[in-house]
Design a protein around this ligand. Structure first.
Ligand code: C2E
Ligand code: MG
Ligand code: MG
Ligand code: MG
Length: 300
């Protein structure tokens, strides 16, 4: 029976592989076009100082792409495609420019009395390939200067994996920018390969504790709390700031706050917002009332 089905199965699998490959190629072409036409949007997730209400401190810029036929495509999906098609430097540069432009606009609105507050800084995610590309530092300086901002208005979020892959080159770029005021955060901290030994030598300002560590925080005791506590205290010892990612519940928030984590980012306080959505928050003085996370709209 299995033998009889064998031939047909292979053909079917083949067909599936080809369909998937074709779809990926198509997505890459569509993404390239979207990037060229400014069709990739930037949303902003507040990073807050916890409390009731919490107060918005800064924002993280997150790219969003809505495919004309498929609808919203999840960033991890299209970033992986973009990586394979060498589109990531263009994507990161686009997000950087938009983020700088928007922060400058919020600052201007605040100066004009139209907004009571504006974010302290904006964080953008930077892939290893972007960081290692020629002219990255120059591009950052240009984007910041064009918007009329300072380098200290910007934070670059890099993953441990990015730092590990091309450590020397990445380090040099980060050190140079950081010397002129750019902040640097290690994103998804704890999920990569960084050994604690070299953490002390990295040119970084804060750690973003990956949400996989936050997810299991249910009580004020137990192994999950022990791990989170160790990360926070490590950061403290090294003089680094700590941001907890992915805080969704009051319980997680309580544990994280109790550990002395000074900044929190997660659905409990706010999902990533459109530019307009963020402006509403700024209008309200940057106050965010925590509430249980509602299910998100699922992307492709
Ligand atoms: P990330 O930098 O770690 O960003 C945080 C991700 O966690 C975001 O997913 C955010 O929506 C999600 N998140 C925030 N709070 C919660 C929460 O409470 N619960 C859960 N379940 N998720 C939460 P998003 O926007 O889908 O982005 C995924 C990843 O894609 C980012 O992870 C980042 O690594 C990458 N990415 C996003 N934008 C860019 C970009 O412009 N350039 C590059 N190179 N990578 C980007
Ligand atoms: Mg990030
Ligand atoms: Mg992260
Ligand atoms: Mg991530």
């Amino acid at each position: 029976e299995a033998k009889a089905a064998g031939g047909g199965r292979w053909t079917l699998l083949d067909e599936e592989v080809r369909t998937r490959a074709r779809r990926a190629l198509r997505l890459v072409a569509d993404l390239r076009e979207a990037l060229a036409r400014g069709g990739v949007e930037v949303h902003y997730q507040p990073v807050v100082q916890p409390g009731r209400p919490a107060r918005l401190r800064s924002v993280e810029a997150l790219c969003r792409w809505t495919h004309p036929e498929l609808g919203p495509v999840r960033p991890d999906v299209f970033i992986e495609l973009a990586e394979r098609a060498n589109l990531v430097p263009a994507l990161d540069a686009h997000v950087l420019q938009v983020a700088c432009h928007d922060l400058a606009a919020w600052r201007a609105a605040q100066a004009a009395g139209d907004l009571p507050v504006s974010p302290d800084h904006v964080a953008v995610n930077v892939s290893a390939v972007s960081l290692a590309a020629d002219g990255f530092a120059a591009g950052v300086r240009r984007a910041v200067a064009t918007a009329g901002l300072q380098l200290s208005d910007l934070c670059l979020e890099v993953t441990e994996t990015a730092l590990a892959s091309d450590l020397r080159a990445c380090r040099q770029v980060l050190e140079e920018l950081r010397a002129d005021g750019v902040r640097v955060a290690i994103d998804d901290f704890g999920t990569g390969y960084s050994s604690l030994a070299y953490l002390k030598d990295l040119p970084v300002d804060h750690l973003k504790v990956d949400r996989s560590f936050v997810r299991d925080l249910r009580s004020t005791t137990g192994p999950a709390r022990a791990v989170a506590a160790a990360v926070v205290s490590l950061a403290r010892t090294l003089g680094l700031g700590v941001v907890a990612e992915g805080v969704e519940t009051f319980e997680q928030d309580a544990v994280i706050t109790d550990l002395g984590c000074e900044a929190v980012q997660g659905y409990l306080y706010s999902r990533p917002l459109t530019r307009q959505g963020l402006v509403e928050v700024l209008r309200g003085g940057g106050e965010l009332v925590p509430g249980p996370a509602t299910p998100s709209l699922k992307g492709v």
